[in-house]
Design a protein around this ligand. Structure first.
Ligand code: 0O2
Length: 213
């Protein structure tokens, strides 16, 4: 085969990944804008940090096979909604819902799917708010609608999820019941801590409000 043919076959995939990168940038900027406004208007930063990631080609192929999606750009776009990922780490649990609502209120954002693993944690203890949103990107010759997965969680939930994710991928360790129980226990302790930190924040805000002249 000619190298030219190989490269031209790769182009649609490269273009698709570029569209997802653009959509990811759009969503990241929306959260940065909200954080900026909170910081000047209310003197606080509800967002601790934002991480973005584009699903790797090997993971895309693995998911196409696992979910029988079909090897075409159209099939990927219509069936795989987690290629562009934006993770928003908030200081407090209530900020998660505020930030999610503020994003969803924007008139160019369409909610495709919402999974509230905070109100309904997974059996292993995993907590986060997941949104799939449709966001437009404006290219020189067209406007395209792309799907982005947004995961919102607290610092504590992120700490747990990152470590649990790392441990899960150490495949030589069998996920024994003892390990699962311990992880679930830690998830519960962390949730308790999140709630207490939020209580402390409310107490401080109350004192602050009542001492302001
Ligand atoms: P990575 O490396 O973060 O991309 P599906 O994506 O279709 O297989 P589903 O049920 O549609 O699964 O998606 P769901 O439940 O919304 O979760 C998708 C992502 O959420 C995962 O992506 C993780 O990032 C995160 N997640 C979900 N459950 C857990 C969990 O129990 N522990 C941790 N640490 N993260 C979780 P990937 O593709 O698995 O991984």
């Amino acid at each position: 085969a000619h190298p030219e043919d190989f490269l031209s076959e790769m182009k649609p995939f490269g273009d698709l990944m570029m569209y997802y990168r653009c959509a990811m940038m759009e969503v990241e900027t929306k959260f940065k804008v909200l954080n900026e406004q909170f910081s000047t208007q209310y003197n606080r930063n509800p967002i601790e940090s934002i991480k973005t990631r584009l699903k790797k080609p090997a993971s895309i192929i693995e998911k196409i096979k696992r979910k029988n999606i079909g090897f075409s750009m159209k099939a990927i776009e219509e069936n795989m909604f987690d290629i562009a990922g934006v993770r928003v780490i908030c200081s407090f649990q209530e900020d998660i819902y505020t930030m999610a609502d503020l994003l969803l209120q924007q008139d160019d954002i369409i909610l495709v799917e919402k999974k509230d693993y905070i109100a309904h944690p997974k059996d292993n203890g995993y907590r986060s708010l997941h949104l799939i949103v449709d966001v437009p990107i404006f290219l020189s010759n067209e406007k395209r609608h792309m799907k982005v997965e947004v995961q919102l969680r607290t610092i504590a939930m992120d700490f747990w999820a990152s470590l649990e994710h790392k441990l899960r991928y150490k495949k030589h360790i069998n996920n024994s019941e003892e390990i699962a129980d311990k992880l679930k226990h830690v998830a519960d302790v962390i949730t308790e801590m999140d709630c207490e930190m939020q209580d402390i924040r409310h107490m401080i805000e109350f004192i602050d409000d009542n001492t302001e002249s």
